[in-house]
Design a protein around this ligand. Structure first.
Ligand SMILES: Nc1ncnc2c1ncn2[C@@H]1O[C@H](COP(=O)(O)OP(=O)(O)OP(=O)(O)O)[C@@H](O)[C@H]1O
Length: 240
């Protein structure tokens, strides 16, 4: 379902040159498979998810989701493809504060160009245990409830792939398991593949498949970071 091959990604650094972040020879994920991506802070886990989602572009390599290589699509087509086929749950939920729970979920549908399906949005909010909170705005919801709305929003377009970037990082320990259980059960029943980034050993121990992402070329990265810092120091010193 997802096939990443020979993926390389770097960022431009202020002092010139590029900072290599990702070098992933192969990552294959089956339909409805659930796996955890682990790795030390800064090794590129978020960058990997963002690249798979087409929110940032790869330097080289392919990212096939079904028959489509998202890395080769032009930006507008990538955005449309993401809206239709990929769900994303962020650490910080990213709900719109002026909209109710149901509106936040339905907003996820507006980018696909298809008709907004209120019944589907209500059904998902029901399934995440928020059927009685449809008209509450994020400020009137607990942190765990906000993340449950974000889960419903990520799944509303029936994606084939759900990307979850440390979805429990801002949730109190008592409710973290609830979010993980929710993600897993909805993905299972809807046959959605899930890539979950987590630092938590308790969470990763629950998954059959855990992939370790290694930091790329750390010596070169360190040298480039230092060059970038040196360049920004020099720029600051030259500022009148
Ligand atoms: N837009 C950007 N421009 C330049 N460098 C970036 C950019 N975004 C991220 N980086 C750098 O890329 C590296 C990987 O960042 P990323 O957020 O993917 O790591 P991570 O593994 O998710 O880290 P963490 O576990 O701490 O969240 C970091 O060194 C970061 O500073």
């Amino acid at each position: 379902m997802l096939l990443v091959e020979n993926l390389r990604k770097s960022y431009r650094v202020p002092g010139g040159g590029r900072l290599p972040i990702l070098d992933v020879p192969r990552l294959a994920v089956d339909r409805a498979e659930q796996l955890v991506i682990r790795g030390q802070s800064g090794c590129g886990k978020t960058t990997l998810l963002n690249t798979i989602a087409g929110m940032t572009t790869a330097d080289e390599g392919q990212i096939r989701i079904g028959d489509v290589d998202i890395a080769r699509l032009p930006e507008a087509a990538r955005d449309r493809f993401r809206a239709r086929h990929i769900g994303y749950v962020f650490q910080t939920f990213n709900l719109l504060p002026g909209f109710t729970a149901i509106e936040n979920v339905m907003l996820g549908m507006t980018f696909t160009g298809s008709r907004c399906d209120r019944v589907r949005a209500e059904d998902l909010l029901e399934r995440v245990g928020l059927g009685h909170r449809l008209r509450h705005k994020p400020s009137a919801l607990s942190v765990g409830e906000q993340q449950r709305v974000a889960v419903a929003r990520a799944l509303v377009n029936k994606p084939v792939l759900l990307l979850a970037d440390e979805p429990t990082a801002n949730i109190d320990p008592g409710h973290q398991q609830q979010i993980i259980d929710l993600l897993r059960s909805v993905c299972e029943t809807e046959r959605v593949a899930m890539l979950l980034v987590t630092h938590s050993p308790e969470v990763s121990s629950q998954f059959d498949r855990v992939e370790q992402l290694e930091a790329v070329n750390r010596v070169a990265s360190k040298a480039l970071h230092e060059a970038a810092n040196e360049s920004s120091r020099t720029a600051q010193e030259q500022w009148p």
